[in-house]
Design a protein around this ligand. Structure first.
Ligand code: GBH
Length: 473
């Protein structure tokens, strides 16, 4: 067997899903086209000083008007799937069924048709941060009526797109807000319930007809103790993981929050003189409704942190409940994003954690990738290094640890609006020249490298000559 650092040569299972991912607000632009409503990101981006250099997603990569260009990029990459998200306010301008915006829905129909014509299957994300502003105005994810709204929205999407594509996949991502000791827990609570309702809608009304799969996508870092010989750091690392991946996965897979989260937050709430825990409780009926609402585990992963025990006294804050600080090891390679260090082995570790903790579910990697900050860097050897090493850890997890990995989506197709960092952090396979009004997508070197991994369905040993699956520019 290879050591942890050595490359493993071998293949992913036949029919492995090779994909790349994007999100609506980050690429679509057309923020007011054809009856689209505003999202919280439209409003945020139009508020001064919120986004680096006061950039916004009004145009972004103009993917709303560039389906053909995006399909071309995907074909060059040779992916067999494409993960994109749907903008809720584009198809339901005020977030409710009061008005279904057919023009907006039509964009996704045209996109799906074009993908299928190119033999690329869609993986659809229902929610990637761009909540309709009209729903935020009544409390957003803090208002529990969001559960019904999200159920209605997912019903509309399943109904409209699901019958056309029998291999549709739906995911959505969580979002967190302010009042750091209470709001995140309320938001997450409603989000988990909303997820469960969407899964049940699909299960009850559409699964038999369309035969797709639905699940939640959860982002999590892996955490190691800063000092592995210090028990309190070992415990801190456990808490960091349980407060991130476990927060959402524990209810969905095991029913209810972990005892660890429940106990810590209850004790700290009572100690601060509150009558009850700041962590809301699921009723037994809700536990039963939520548990098992998964057809797979959707997983986003980028990096590892080192955790150490930290006592925040009685501060009411998610971080204080978690009771840990995090740092990076100084030997870890940097990226274009301060929070992202190149730590491939953590990927295999957390995949093993998922297998152990959540009953060996089928896993789809829905995001994994790395950034740079240079204005243009087509010779992106750091990205080649990152993907080689991370995908190889996934291969080790599959071949050596027996983890049921079904697919991998690289983040991201092209440089795009990187949320609050504007266009500074670049995660794309394709560079988008923003000074040219036609916004051309220009392949970076990593395009040919990822295409080769896909075409070889893994890693071919350098001894195997000729490299028949190698893709050249
Ligand atoms: C992904 O999340 C997003 O899903 C994707 O849309 C985005 O393009 C990609 O990251 C790259 O940024 O500034 O200290 O608050 C990855 C998980 C969680 C990582 C939030 C960045 C913010 C750190 N992200 N985190 S901080």
């Amino acid at each position: 067997l290879p050591t942890e650092e050595e490359m493993l040569y071998g293949h992913f299972p036949e029919g492995f899903i090779w994909s790349t991912a994007t999100a609506a607000y980050q690429i679509e632009g057309a923020w007011r086209a054809d009856g689209k409503g505003l999202s919280i990101w439209d409003k945020f981006a139009h508020t001064a000083l919120k986004i680096s250099q006061d950039e916004n997603g009004d145009i972004a990569c103009d993917s709303y008007n560039k389906i053909a260009e995006d399909i071309n990029s995907l074909k060059t990459l040779r992916v067999n799937h494409y993960r994109f998200s749907i903008s809720w306010p584009r198809i339901m301008p005020d977030g409710t069924t009061r008005k279904i915006n057919e023009a907006g829905l039509n964009y996704y129909h045209r996109l799906v048709d074009a993908l299928l014509a190119a033999n690329i299957k869609p993986q659809v994300t229902l929610y990637h941060w761009d909540l309709p502003q009209a729903l935020q105005d009544v409390g957003g994810w803090e208002n529990d009526t969001i559960v019904e709204r999200f159920r209605d929205y997912s019903d509309v999407v399943f109904n409209s797109l699901g019958d056309k594509v029998n291999n549709l996949r739906f995911y959505f991502c969580p979002g967190i807000s302010f009042r750091p000791g209470t709001a995140p827990y309320i938001v997450a609570h409603n989000l988990i319930k909303a997820h469960a309702e969407a899964w049940h809608v699909y299960n009850d009304k559409y699964r038999a007809k369309h035969g797709g799969i639905v699940g939640i996508t959860i982002n999590s870092d892996w955490a190691e103790p800063r000092n592995p010989y210090k028990q309190e750091d070992v415990d801190a690392a456990v808490r960091v993981v349980q407060f991130q991946i476990g927060w959402f996965a524990h209810p969905v897979f095991n029913g209810d929050y972990s005892d660890l989260m429940k106990n810590i937050i209850r004790e700290r709430s009572l100690a601060a003189g509150r009558p009850q825990s700041r962590l809301p409780e699921f009723t037994p009926a809700e536990v039963a409704r939520i548990k098992g609402t998964h057809d797979y585990f959707g997983f986003n992963h980028y990096t590892t942190v080192l955790a150490y025990n930290m006592d925040y006294k009685n501060l009411e804050h998610y971080d204080a409940d978690r009771g840990a600080g995090t740092v990076a090891d100084r030997t870890w390679l940097d990226s274009g994003s301060f929070w992202l260090k190149v730590t491939p082995v953590g990927f295999r570790n957390i995949l093993n954690f998922i297998k152990e903790e959540y009953g060996d579910p089928p896993i789809y990697i829905t995001e994994n990738g790395v950034s740079e900050r240079e204005s243009m860097n087509l010779n992106d050897v750091h990205r080649i290094h990152y993907y080689d090493n991370y995908i190889n850890q996934a291969l080790k997890a599959y071949l050596l640890d027996g983890i049921d990995i079904r697919g991998y989506a690289a983040w991201t197709l092209m440089d795009n609006l990187e949320w609050a960092t504007g266009f500074d952090d670049k995660f794309g396979f394709f560079y988008v020249n923003r000074s040219d009004p036609s916004l051309p997508r220009i392949p970076k070197k990593s395009v040919w490298h990822y295409a080769t991994i896909i075409n070889c369905n893994g890693f071919i040993s350098p001894g195997e000559i000729p490299h028949e699956c190698q893709i050249h520019e």
